[in-house]
Unconditional design. Sequence first.
Length: 253
Amino acid sequence: MQFESVVTRIFDVDFMLLDLTFTLIWIVLLYKSGYIKPLIFGLLGILINMLVDYGVWYSIQGIRTVEGLPFWMSPFAFFVYFSITYGMVEYSYVQVMFSIDNQKENARQEKIRWSILLFGGWLLFGVLSLVIPISDAEITVQRVMTEQRIFQVYGILAEYALLAVLAYMKKYDLSGRKILYIFSVGFFVHFSMELTLLLSGIRTLDFFNLIFNSVIEFNTGAPILYLLLFAVVPYLERKLGRGESVSKDKSSQ
């Protein structure tokens, strides 16, 4: 079974500059708010996006294409930009949503503030790119998805099944409600990207891609990000802490 869809973005060079500006603002706000772990996961997101977009889809499979680049920008440089903006913002946003303690006072308001910043920032800078005449050089980015779609479906089913098993075992504070929350965060972050691109005239209207991408694309990674934050990171912290205490014991002898 195969799903075939063409996902396209058409934007001016000035959108890239404004997109990077918003990403820089986002990084500063994360740092000032003390969200260091989400910031680190944002850096991980940049690496993952670069490996997938440039390494696999563009270089190996050839399903990702880019046309209309200015003479001073190579495809590699473009994909570095492409990976920085959405890699940093999406991955770190998800981890902020996972990190906020629901028992904390004003936790709900904090989640709303970051969600408004995500959606509003993407929309504002997308619209600004239409009215600020920095550069009208037009770039077209496209990917043709066929068998990749069904693997995304398999991936999300497997990952959420794993979360269900772990919830049954009462691991990592998982429950049916928490799993639904993880899914809703994964949906919101990608739906926000799709809708703001559409409203800015960068994405062409395609209901299949809008719904499929919003439901599936980031949710193929959201469960993994949750488990990395609440299973892998605490394990590494315990190991590093144990190693530090052993070193201190030896040095004191």
